[in-house]
Design a protein around this ligand. Sequence first.
Ligand code: SF4
Ligand code: SF4
Length: 467
Amino acid sequence: MARHLRIFAAARAAGPSPLDHVPARIAGLIEYAFIQTRMFKDPRAAILHLGIFWGFVLLTVGTANIVTGGLIQAVISMPFDGALWAATLNMQNVVAVIVLLSILWAFERRFISRPARLTYNTDALVILAMIGGVVASELFAQVFEVARFGEQPGAFISNALAPLLSPPGNSLFDIDASGLEIGFWALWWAHMGLVAAFLVYLPFSKHLHIATSFFNIYFRKLKPRGELPQMDLEQEDATFGLRTLADLGWNDLLDGFTCTECGRCQQACPAWNTGKPLNPKTFIMGIRDMSVEAEHGLPLIPNSPSAVSFGLADSIDEKALLAPIVDNAIPFDAVWDCVTCGACVEACPVLIEHVDKIVGLRRNLVLEDSRFPAELNGAFRNMEGVGNPWGQPPTTRTDWTKGLPFSVPTVAELAADGRLDEIEVLYWVGCAAAFDERNRKVARAFATCLDAAGIPFHRRPGAAHGQ
Ligand code: SF4
Ligand code: SF4
């Protein structure tokens, strides 16, 4: 984990403050992390994921009890004559079965139904096997324990399964007392070993999201989705847009470590769905892969003289940190395929922001490298010359309103009359609707709908929505 923290320390841009909008951030945690509302866009996957997530969380009570040598049991058994601990065992037995069924279902998705949006690699299989192993070893250790030492109040599934193991001559497996003890001992240690292996493996796996998604969701962007970071074009030593990992904020790097590879963004992306090279999932995975590569060359303690004096900074090589994101995490062509619709952001269950990063990459390519598709030459020239990509005279911007049977005053006109406070709805007509003949029809139709809908300011003479 310390290695991952190095890359966050190398981020140049500031991330969000943990203390701004705390209630909204906590509400987001409950909605997106605990209830996982975004997952329910695919209800079957949501049920499966909730089963594994909540089951795993609830079963840590049993693991904590094992690790502490029964301390949790001793404490919980004190009130109500042990009824609370019996209820805990009851819940754990139910949850263990739910998790094991969910794991089987997850394997079915990976081997049989294979949804196109998922990424198929051994990492997911290893982690599913580990979770299944952790839960199964805990449950079956209890079955052997019950078979050897007697029933446990509340553990109804273990109590029901234990007679299959003993007594000899009267059960399915006929295991004697020492065999039951060895079985219990082996499963107990298997559980401990798997929990330890899981914790060690986690930071190297995409399943690190079980920890990072809480932070990613808490620190999510609270500004309107389309609002982009401002650029100070006057600042001489500024880097415009995003070029390398160092230009990102730490929360952008956290996005990479939080990606679950679920492919919901890929499934929602119009560019990917029309056969273009842009895939928002592989872009975010690419950021993560670049981060993992770069962190090897970074000091554990940035700018630490003592680290240098102990020779801990000798092998530092920041080359990977300064590698361009374009052509590494995302192909050049893909950067220009994005229509900034935000469908990927809307689909992502862990609230990863793709669009701001893609636009940041474009800004850098245009402003620092003058590297963009040839088709944009004309649009850029027109924007520079007359302020719109269509190259139309600015005086024709409001021509789309001609012929409408009602007035559509501009904000400037209302401001000149001192009537700004009359504005209820501001219709922001972009260049496309103002200058493109086909889109002008859309703008006219929209304005007509507003008028027909009886929005009061449409009906009052001279008071309407502005452009
Ligand atoms: S914003 Fe870009 S990357 Fe995201 S879904 Fe739309 S086109 Fe795809
Ligand atoms: S970016 Fe979000 S939606 Fe896309 S694969 Fe990663 S977690 Fe899933």
